[in-house]
Design a protein around this ligand. Structure first.
Ligand code: HEC
Length: 108
């Protein structure tokens, strides 16, 4: 029994660690592609376009956490309406945050 437990732990641990490290980028990109790109890839409805440094510069100034909080709750800004979680309430806060970080990284 103990040997079995140790074996399971040995197999599981590296996976747990590597997946949390890799998750942010891979998860962020995946969520972005599916749920955020429809507006943010082309700048539909006043959305700041991913990669448009000028459009993001001022927003980035307030910090990724503050931006993610807005993306999670949704907000009406001066250029348009950002729906809560991009309109997909099934997304977790963490997924929306990682997608925000992904977009910001592409737009610096
Ligand atoms: C229906 C279109 C639409 C979708 C889908 C959408 N957004 Fe947005 N988003 C907007 C608009 C419009 C704004 C700009 C609002 C403003 O500042 O006037 C915005 C702004 C933002 C901002 C800037 C916040 C700030 O601090 O200024 C972030 C971050 C963001 N969106 C994240 C996301 C994420 C993450 C997703 C996917 C989960 C997403 N958006 C999906 C329309 C959208």
């Amino acid at each position: 029994m103990n040997k079995f437990l140790i074996l399971v732990l040995m197999l599981a641990l590296p996976f747990v660690f590597s997946s949390t490290v890799a998750a942010d980028t891979a998860q962020g990109q995946g969520v972005y592609m599916n749920f955020c790109a429809p507006c943010h890839a082309s700048g539909v409805a006043g959305a700041p376009k991913t990669g448009d440094k000028a459009a993001w510069q001022e927003r980035i100034g307030k910090g990724e956490e503050a931006m993610a909080a807005l993306a999670i709750k949704g907000f009406q800004g001066s250029s348009g309406f950002m729906p809560a979680k991009g309109g997909n309430s099934a997304l977790t806060d963490e997924e929306v945050t990682s997608a925000t970080i992904y977009m910001v990284e592409q737009s610096k």
